[in-house]
Structures are given as structure tokens and as C-alpha cells.
Write a new protein. Structure first.
Length: 572
């Protein structure tokens, strides 16, 4: 017997059944558990030596008495399968090379990090002493060596240098770390967005054709990391994203990180300027600022929205409004205002409702209803003028709402006319029950906002039915069904101000308590305003967050405050 024949007999056999075989477990290539394809069989035996004999089950020929037989596959089948195997081998080799390269690079990175730990930066004492500045200091001369503190807002690592956009809460500055020890330290290797550090270097003008904040850049000669930020799965970019809506639950959970973003920070800075504009306007108008209590035992806007708590055994509430207290101050202080927190336990999740909000409230003595309307319009115009006149606040507003324009004269629309307007639209704007509006309906937020957006100008909506408004509102002298009350509606937001003349008749107020089922006893101090030298007076409350949402074109008031509180959210 020839030696080749003996070798062939010693080879293992691998069986392939193209019909009933399987290319996954429990198939093992045995006659009892054959593979399905020659390609799979070849792959499973790449390392087998000597190569096995492959046998494919061939069905019995038609009319033959013999059954199916195991035969060696045709050369064409072997060639086709081997071609696929060769491609597979190349793929394996490529993956192996890539894995080897990746491992070599990983080892090199580890080595680089270990070597980087040996590099210790030292400040060059021969350089001029650095002058500490904030990033909004635009008066520093080019060529001056400065020291700046901040956090990495953006990071760009290139071969010739590392570029850092630094943020300190006052401004932004491009900082350049040239290739060398500055970029080879361990800290430089693990720089991540939000890392806080102090940098020293020379302030220079940005080269012609290049761009950077304020047209300048810091050429760094020394730095120290003060607080590293993670660059792995815990990186800030994995926590919050510019592509997410800032009012989403996950973004609100990470509000403390969202506030580091340019837009969120811009809204908060603009808010400060808006509040200051109100304060300055009131001062110019000779109003006195007061600070009423937040812990109260009386209601203002109905008992259903009160936050109740135990006050040393007595029932008390968080204030819904400071209005009642303001009314007691005008007799001795003249016109007064406050900017305080108010609390409403409304079970509402609309984009303009908060459970805790900042309330700008004012009371004016010896006025008529038209005086009140004119004052509100003048105040809003004055605040807007101040924002636009200030370089910083105007820039913030431009960033957030590029198309903002000072509103023109306010449209005065009577409640009854608004009912007619809603019904005359094609199709009519229906009430919450899906019916045409009728006198006495509380115009719902959606209908009110749609009307305002269609008219597209500020609206004084006034003359509401008495049953829709609070007990203290003065009734119209010519039509006792309605009150001398007003809501200021702004496009995109809806109501931002609610105001009215206040009842100034002692007996009428007592009757209002009775009608509402309110005991007059806790309100004795408020009732005395009418008992001791009553006068025609009125006032209003303005929601600062709604006002800011209107100016800064925010989708919701939730992004117009530092940490929003609304139904279901009291964190972080």
C-alpha cells in the first residue's frame, strides 16, 4: 500500500450535510452531527494538522436502489469555499494587526503617562510678575503677563499646540499651550472639559484672519490644575448635551451642570439685569422697596393653591402673593414694591407654571384704573429700554433672542370683546369643553395664548367678570358684573402680569369675605386699611420668570430660573 494512501486513511473525517446539517452547536462535524457548509467546516479546522478529509452527503440518484453516500466535495466547491476562507484569514490577520497596534499604542500611552508624571512645571521667575485679571477685563494691554483662573470650556489638542477656551463666569479667553513640557505633563494628557486651573502667560492680539473671544489670546508659559474633571464615562459631555431640550427630566436632574452652558448662563445673567432694571425703574419712579413675609395665615388667590404647614401648632401657609401686605404700606410709604418669592400649589404642568416663582409686585395709592394701566405699560417699556441700553445685557439678549424688538403700544381689549374675537375666528377658538366661548368663561391658557400670538402684540385684557377674580378686586362702577382688573398678555408666553384696582369700601370688603366664605377675623389688619382713611388704590403682580421667558424667547419658564420647582419636581 502506497504511503499517501496510508496517510489519507489516518486523516480525521469531517462530514457536511447541506440539507440537515448545522453550522452551530451541537453540530461538531461528525457523521452523527454534520456541519451544513464546507466553508464553516474549513473554518473550524484551520489549525488542524494534518488537514482532515471533508465528506459531503450526496443524495441517492433518482431510481437507484442505493441510499445517499458521503463523497469528497467537487473541486469547484472546494475552490469557492477556500476563497471565502482566504478572505476570512485576511480579515483575521487585519484584526490581529489592528489589535496589536492598539495594544502597542495603549502601552505607549501608559508609558507616556508614566513619563509625564516625571515632568514638573516651574514658573520662570525671570518673567515679569503676572497681573491677576478676570476674563471680562478688556483694558489689559497686549504684551502684559497675566494670571487667569477658570475652567476648560472647550479643548482642542493639535500637534503644534493645545488650545483651551477658558471660562470664569465673567467671560471667555482663548489660551494656547505650545508643544513642549506644557503639553507633555500628566495633567495635559488628561485635560477634560470643566477642569479648573490657573494659567500664566502673555496677552496677545489674535493673528490677522484668526478668530477668538474679544480678538485676543493668552500665550501660556505656566499653569496649575486646581480641580480635574473626569474624561471617561463621567465626562460632563456624557451628562448633559446641547442637543437635548433643557427642560427634559434628565437635564433638569443635571441642572447644576446645565448651568455651565453658554445659553443657560446667559439666561441667568440676563435675569439679573432684568431684575436690576425693575429696581432702577421703581427707584426712578419714587417707589419704596419693602420686604413682606413669606409665612402667612391668609390667602390671596384662593385656598386651593396654598402650601399649608404647621407653624408652632397653628395653621399657616407659604405666601401666594405679597399684595395684601403692600396695601398696608402705601399709607405711610407712598407707592411701594417688592421682589419676593411666591408659592402656588397648582397641579399644573404647563410650560408657564411654577410652584415657586419670583414675584414683582407693586401697589399705587390715589389712582384710577387708567392710571394703573398706563403705569404698567410705562414700566415694561422702561425696563426694556434699560436692557437695550446696557452693552452687556443687550449682548446677552441678542444671543438669546436675536429678533427681539421693543414692543409697541399695548392693545387694550375688553374681556367681552375677547370672547367675541375668539368666536369669530375661522374656525372658532373653542373653550375647554369644546364649545364656543360665552360671557363668564375663564379663557383657558391655550386659547389666550393663541389669541395673543395671532394678534402678535402686547394686550391689556381687562374687565373680567367678578366671579372669575379674587374677592378684593374693585367692581366697575358702571357695570357691577365686571371688575377693574387686567391681565397683560405677551406673544409667545401669554399672561405675564395680573393687576386690578382694590376694593376701597369697608362694608363692601366685609361683604366680599362673606360671599367667599372667608372669615374676616384673620384679615383684620387688611380690613383696617379701609377703616382708617381709605383711598382708591391698585396694584399688580408680574412673574419675573414669565417676563424673562418672553424677552429671552425661552420655551418654558423652567429655564428662566436657577432651579425650577413645579409639580413633581423639588430637586436638585
Amino acid at each position: 500500500m502506497a504511503s499517501q494512501e496510508i496517510a489519507d486513511r489516518s486523516k480525521a473525517k469531517v462530514y457536511i450535510d447541506p440539507v440537515a446539517g448545522k453550522d452551530e452547536a451541537p453540530a461538531d462535524g461528525s457523521e452523527a452531527a454534520p456541519y451544513n457548509s464546507l466553508y464553516h467546516a474549513l473554518i473550524q479546522n484551520l489549525e488542524t494538522s494534518p488537514a482532515p478529509t471533508y465528506l459531503t452527503l450526496v443524495p441517492a440518484k433518482e431510481g437507484s436502489a442505493d441510499g445517499p453516500t458521503w463523497e469528497e466535495p467537487a473541486k469547484s466547491a472546494v475552490k469557492k469555499a477556500q476563497g471565502r476562507v482566504d478572505a476570512y484569514k485576511k480579515k483575521l490577520a487585519k484584526e490581529s494587526a489592528a489589535a496589536k497596534k492598539e495594544e502597542e499604542e495603549r502601552q505607549q500611552r501608559v508609558k507616556n503617562l508614566e513619563d509625564a508624571k516625571k515632568i514638573v512645571l516651574k514658573e520662570d521667575e525671570s518673567l515679569p510678575a503676572a497681573v491677576r485679571i478676570k476674563l471680562n477685563n478688556k483694558k489689559v494691554e497686549f504684551g502684559t503677563r497675566v494670571k487667569v483662573f477658570g475652567r476648560i470650556h472647550r479643548l482642542r489638542v493639535q500637534k503644534q499646540a493645545t488650545f483651551i477656551t477658558l471660562r470664569d463666569g465673567y467671560g471667555f479667553l482663548q489660551c494656547i499651550l505650545p508643544t513642549g513640557d506644557l503639553t507633555k505633563t500628566y495633567d495635559a494628557h488628561v485635560f477634560a472639559q470643566e477642569t479648573s486651573l490657573v494659567l500664566y502667560g502673555e496677552m496677545k492680539k489674535v493673528p490677522e484672519g484668526a478668530e477668538a473671544p474679544d480678538g485676543r489670546e493668552l500665550h501660556v508659559d505656566y499653569y496649575k490644575v486646581l480641580g480635574a474633571a473626569p474624561s471617561d464615562l463621567e465626562a460632563v459631555t456624557n451628562k448633559v448635551s446641547r442637543d437635548q431640550d433643557p427642560w427634559e427630566a434628565s437635564m433638569l436632574d443635571s441642572r447644576h451642570l446645565v448651568l455651565r452652558g453658554e445659553n443657560a448662563a446667559a439666561v441667568m445673567k440676563l435675569r439679573q439685569y432684568v431684575e436690576l432694571a425693575f429696581i432702577d425703574s421703581y427707584r426712578e419712579l419714587d417707589f419704596t422697596k419693602v420686604s413682606p413675609p413669606a409665612m402667612v395665615q391668609t390667602q390671596v388667590e384662593g385656598g386651593s393653591t396654598l402650601f399649608k404647614y404647621d407653624y408652632y401648632g397653628e395653621e399657616a401657609y407659604l405666601t401666594q402673593s405679597s399684595q395684601l401686605y403692600l396695601e398696608t404700606a402705601i399709607q405711610s410709604l407712598g407707592n411701594v414694591y417688592c421682589i419676593e418669592k411666591s408659592f402656588r400649589a397648582e397641579r399644573s404642568l404647563t410650560r408657564r407654571h411654577l410652584s415657586e416663582y419670583t414675584h414683582v409686585e407693586a401697589e399705587l395709592d390715589f389712582i384710577e384704573f387708567e392710571d394703573l394701566l398706563q403705569h404698567i405699560e410705562d414700566l415694561i417699556a422702561r425696563v426694556v429700554d434699560k436692557i437695550l441700553a446696557n452693552e452687556t445685557s443687550a449682548a446677552l439678549l441678542k444671543l438669546l433672542n436675536p429678533t427681539f424688538e421693543k414692543p409697541g403700544p399695548f392693545l387694550r381689549m375688553k374681556y367681552s370683546d375677547a370672547i367675541d374675537w375668539l368666536n369669530k375666528q375661522e374656525p372658532p377658538i373653542l373653550n375647554e369643553e369644546g364649545n364656543p366661548h360665552v360671557f363668564g368663561d375663564d379663557i383657558a391658557e391655550a386659547a389666550e395664548r393663541r389669541m395673543t400670538d395671532i394678534i402678535n402684540r402686547p394686550i391689556f385684557l381687562y374687565g373680567f367678570p367678578a366671579e372669575l377674580k379674587a374677592f378684593y378686586m374693585q367692581k366697575d362702577k358702571e357695570d357691577r358684573r365686571i371688575t377693574e382688573s387686567v391681565d397683560v398678555l405677551m406673544p409667545g408666553v401669554g399672561e405675564i402680569v395680573g393687576g386690578s384696582m382694590r376694593m376701597d369700601d369697608h362694608e363692601e370688603l366685609l361683604g366680599a369675605y362673606k360671599k367667599e366664605g372667608i372669615s374676616a377675623d384673620p384679615y383684620y389688619w387688611y380690613t383696617d386699611v379701609r377703616k382708617y382713611g381709605s383711598s382708591p388704590h391698585g396694584g399688580y403682580g408680574l412673574g419675573l420668570e414669565r417676563f424673562l421667558a418672553w424677552m429671552a424667547k425661552q420655551h418654558t419658564v423652567r429655564t428662566a430660573c436657577l432651579y425650577p420647582r413645579f409639580m413633581g419636581r423639588c430637586k436638585p
